[in-house]
Write a protein that binds this ligand. Structure first.
Ligand SMILES: CC(C)(COP(=O)(O)OP(=O)(O)OC[C@H]1O[C@@H](n2cnc3c(N)ncnc32)[C@H](O)[C@@H]1OP(=O)(O)O)[C@@H](O)C(=O)NCCC(=O)NCCS
Length: 160
């Protein structure tokens, strides 16, 4: 059974554990690099969790960490879905769906009319997860990636 825990700044050791696992396991899925975060001390992790209006959740399955996601306020009436990761041993069990549903509910309660995300093109598992949860690719240009040619895909889900 999946349990979702909403984190506060005091949970920074748990956030650090899961975030480092995600960056180590799936470096090609994220713009952040593991090396950048390994140098971060307690203050840096606390500051990440203290970002105003951020919603940070960790999924626990059978008592162990199974995934994570973040919701952040975006432009105008939009919120952003970030840092989605599910541990390889727990994939295909609906953990990603539950993380997205929780961030979506948080975004709605925050008054957002849309939830937006950016994903690397070619990340088929993530794109399939987002499509399955009602996100569609927009025409918006995403950030340019390190190769200087490829851009992130921007996907959005209308909330009302
Ligand atoms: C993306 C991720 C969270 C999905 O995990 P999950 O929620 O357990 O999702 P599932 O394993 O159910 O997979 C989602 C879909 O991708 C498909 N899929 C899984 N692996 C795949 C692969 N290698 N290639 C193509 N499709 C794949 C599944 O069949 C499923 O499709 P369906 O809805 O049509 O059945 C997980 O793969 C992950 O953490 N990846 C690394 C981090 C990442 O990419 N984060 C997203 C950053 S934007």
């Amino acid at each position: 059974m999946v349990h979702l825990r909403v984190l506060t700044t005091g949970d920074w050791p748990l956030w650090r554990e899961v975030r480092l696992a995600a960056l180590g396991e799936a470096p090609r899925a994220f713009k952040s690099r593991l090396a950048e975060w390994h140098s971060g001390g307690e203050e840096r992790w606390r500051a990440r969790l203290a970002m105003p209006s951020a919603y940070n959740i960790v999924a626990l399955l059978d008592g162990r960490t199974a995934g994570m996601a973040t919701g952040l306020p975006g432009d105008s009436d939009t919120c952003e879905l970030r840092s989605v990761w599910v541990s390889p041993r727990d994939r295909g069990r609906g953990v990603g769906d539950q993380l997205i549903a929780a961030v979506q509910a948080w975004a709605r309660e925050s008054g957002a009319t849309a939830l937006k995300l950016a994903v690397f093109p070619g990340n088929e598992a993530a794109i399939a997860l987002y499509r399955r949860n009602g996100f569609v690719v927009t025409g918006e240009l995403g950030c340019l990636l390190a190769d200087g040619a490829t851009r992130e895909l921007v996907m959005v889900k209308r909330l009302r």
